[in-house]
Design a protein around this ligand. Sequence first.
Ligand code: ADP
Length: 284
Amino acid sequence: MSIVVKNLKHIYMPKTPFEKEALKGINLEIEKGDFAAIIGKTGSGKSTLIQHFNGLLLPTEGEVNIDGVAVTKKNLSDIRKKVGFVFQYPEHQLFEDTVFKDIAFGLKRFKLSEEEVKEKVYSAAKLVGLDESLFERSVFELSGGEKRRVAICGVLVLAPSYLLLDEPASGLDANGRREMLSLLNKLNNSGVTVILVSHSMDDVAEYAKRVTVINDGLVALDGTPEEVFSKRDLLRSMDLDVPEVTGMFMDFSEKSGIPLPTVVKKEQGRDLLIKLISEGRFSL
Ligand code: ADP
């Protein structure tokens, strides 16, 4: 079970003066259960790529397979049951007069009883940590973070196996950001495959199990966060950088001559610092 991308090309507005080849032959596989991050500078092709995962865009050339089934015009409704998409600023798509109705909106097209709808809404709300006391409120009364939870809940209510998110933390404050990322982590632990487009190397380092770097419509790097973030010079050449804590340890290693592993998580950094101090190799 996985998303397999084979030689995917996408040309916008072909055969016009505005023709743009946004994807130039992407090959990629994302396993079920993964927490995958897609990074790359603005315009590199990240959004174009993930929009192919649930058929919002179809390939100009190549193929995208979801659990062995190619995404085509004919099976979009099956694909979209399996692959949920959370847009940037998803709260802009909330328009019902209560939180409950907004969460339940996507269920309308299935002929479910009132009881079944209620059950699905309650269990999705529990998953994202939304209190039932909010159900009868208007979304306009909610905080930014809560609104976004409602929007994500409206996607999760359809029980997708794969969840695509395009910059889900953008516009949130530091607390909201942390909450959003830990929610995604929780969803991933509960079995949802998370595919996240992010600008934040720190978020990616903390939570992703695998990182794909897109550059100019192609996969430039693909691997664990440690593998990808060990290539600082290459990342810099693509207008990216390593997470803050990784950069600090790389600078220290270079200046002190002490070889160190690639540290991506803050927790690993803290442990390594304690070790270096206790061994007398670093003093404050
Ligand atoms: P990213 O998500 O990495 O910022 P995009 O996938 O949005 O990159 O864009 C990749 C390239 O395709 C960019 O050059 C962008 O200008 C172009 N592009 C994106 N959407 C469209 C569109 N609807 N029509 C024409 N060109 C587009």
